[in-house]
Design a protein around this ligand. Structure first.
Ligand SMILES: Cc1cc2nc3c(=O)[nH]c(=O)nc-3n(C[C@H](O)[C@H](O)[C@H](O)COP(=O)(O)OP(=O)(O)OC[C@H]3O[C@@H](n4cnc5c(N)ncnc54)[C@H](O)[C@@H]3O)c2cc1C
Length: 415
């Protein structure tokens, strides 16, 4: 069977969907081919015993510039508080953003996560990342995240008890070898936005974008086997197109397009448990302790009550190295000060290619146009995040429009 569209997009993750939606809005005849069973790619959710279970713990950060492309109201987000719980010698301490919780200033100031000087350094680092123009942030000398934090005056205690586990949950590495440029952009989004979970799970983010495509424009269960200028081969036949956008995960993109270099993948293992009720009164991420295996453990249903069918608490606890549930059960119980036997194990998932590494030198805005009508987008072209995926899709759409609608592009530039 052979089919034709003006533009074929391979992959219905946030990058491919962001590109396709923009192209469709510009009047382009676009068709999306997706190997999997759902739209949204790595944002994937299933229901287990009535619980909403995301494939690995992840959150939507409204501080991302591209969050503006989403209808956040329709996602019915439930929110985490800005900050985290740090457990030291068995006692839980809250470290929270004083702008959100002025009443907690004293508790945060006295929490054993470093000296007052460390906390002042954290505040100054946050003001700089949150409010300097992005151009100034990116013009700063690049180093590793740990070097940047130490240079900002953050000492070892604050680094090991707060920053390392907090950032490990996002960067999926705990050496803090990630580029300081990505740390700056990431921290900026934390300062400027809030983090939340959609009522129907993270997959709803991708599905919202997919719903903006006209019916029949997305083919699920359709893997591209090979891509060449003007053509995409699938098991069901060949698609011809003026432009082809490869919007897959980085490994597949490197396989389909020799011009795309492979990237080092980060992985994460997440254990899901149920408790009869939440041990906490506020929705905060509990950080793993130094020397432990957990990076964090979170009562996700405290932030988004719709993740639970009946008011029981749903916990997501993550480790960087693959772990078996019985290896970390006691640590999870200690993080929440409950008995190990109280935890009812729901499922465990390991995501091997959760996101590409962002080591220095970070190459932001890697080329999305490869020539001969071939384009590429995905989190490996920008930053390893929802923001990076959506921004790369937007860039790819603009590049495609320059090729397939040169007049439209010129009109936009002159209007
Ligand atoms: C557990 C976990 C936690 C995370 N936490 C966060 C977080 O808190 N905040 C954040 O910003 N980011 C987080 N991320 C990263 C974020 O999810 C990704 O950066 C982003 O979703 C990548 O989108 P993408 O469109 O580039 O790629 P993908 O989502 O991988 O989409 C690629 C699509 O291409 C499809 N595909 C692959 N091969 C083919 C083929 N041959 N033919 C057709 N289709 C194909 C795939 O099925 C997939 O649907 C996390 C990721 C994981 C897994």
């Amino acid at each position: 069977m052979s089919s034709r569209a003006e533009v074929v997009v391979v992959g219905a993750g946030l990058a491919g969907l962001s590109a396709a939606v923009r192209l469709a809005a510009a009047g382009v005849d676009v068709h999306v081919l997706e190997a999997g069973a759902h739209a949204g790619g790595r944002l994937s959710t299933e229901r287990i015993d009535g619980f909403v279970v995301d494939r690995g713990f992840q959150v939507l950060n409204t501080g991302y510039p591209r969050a503006a492309d989403l209808d956040l109201g329709a996602l019915q987000l439930g929110w985490f508080e800005r900050g985290a719980v740090v457990r030291v010698d068995g006692t839980a301490h809250r470290v929270v953003d004083p702008r959100q919780r002025p009443a907690d200033v004293l508790g945060t100031a006295t929490a054993p996560v470093g000296s007052l000087r460390d906390k002042a350094a954290l505040a100054a680092f946050s003001v700089r990342a949150g409010y300097l123009p992005v151009g100034r942030l990116l013009a700063a000398p690049e180093r590793t995240a740990e070097q940047a934090l130490r240079a900002a005056g953050v000492g070892s205690t604050a680094l090991d008890r707060f920053f390392r586990p907090f950032l490990a949950g996002v960067l999926l590495e705990d050496e803090l070898g990630t580029s300081s440029r990505y740390l700056d952009l990431l921290w900026r989004s934390f300062v400027r936005g809030s983090i939340g979970l959609p009522a129907r799970g993270m997959q709803a983010v991708g599905e919202q974008l997919a719903d903006r495509l006209a019916p029949g424009r997305l083919s699920l269960h359709t893997a591209a086997r090979s891509v060449s200028p003007g053509s995409v081969v699938t098991d069901d036949g060949t698609w011809s197109a003026t432009a082809v956008v490869v919007a897959t995960d980085p490994d597949t993109a490197a396989r389909l397009l020799p011009a795309v270099e492979a990237s080092a993948p980060r992985q994460v293992t997440t254990h899901l448990h149920v408790l009869p009720e939440s041990p906490w009164r506020r929705p905060l991420i509990v950080l793993g302790a130094p020397g432990g295996r957990l990076v964090n453990s979170v009562v996700v249903s405290d932030a988004q009550p719709r993740y639970s069918p009946d008011g029981r608490a749903l916990l997501a606890s993550s480790t960087l190295a693959p772990t078996r549930e019985e290896e970390v059960r006691a640590e999870i119980a200690a993080a929440h000060d409950v008995a190990p036997d109280d935890l009812d194990h729901l499922t465990t998932v390991t995501v091997p290619g959760a996101q590409p590494a962002a080591l220095p030198p970070l190459r932001l805005r890697r080329p999305v146009e490869l020539g001969d009508g071939l384009f590429v987008c995905g989190d490996h072209r920008d930053t390893p995040s929802i923001q990076g995926a959506m921004a790369s899709g937007a860039r790819a759409a603009r590049a495609v429009l320059r090729t397939v609608r040169p007049a439209h592009h010129d009109d936009r530039r002159t209007s």
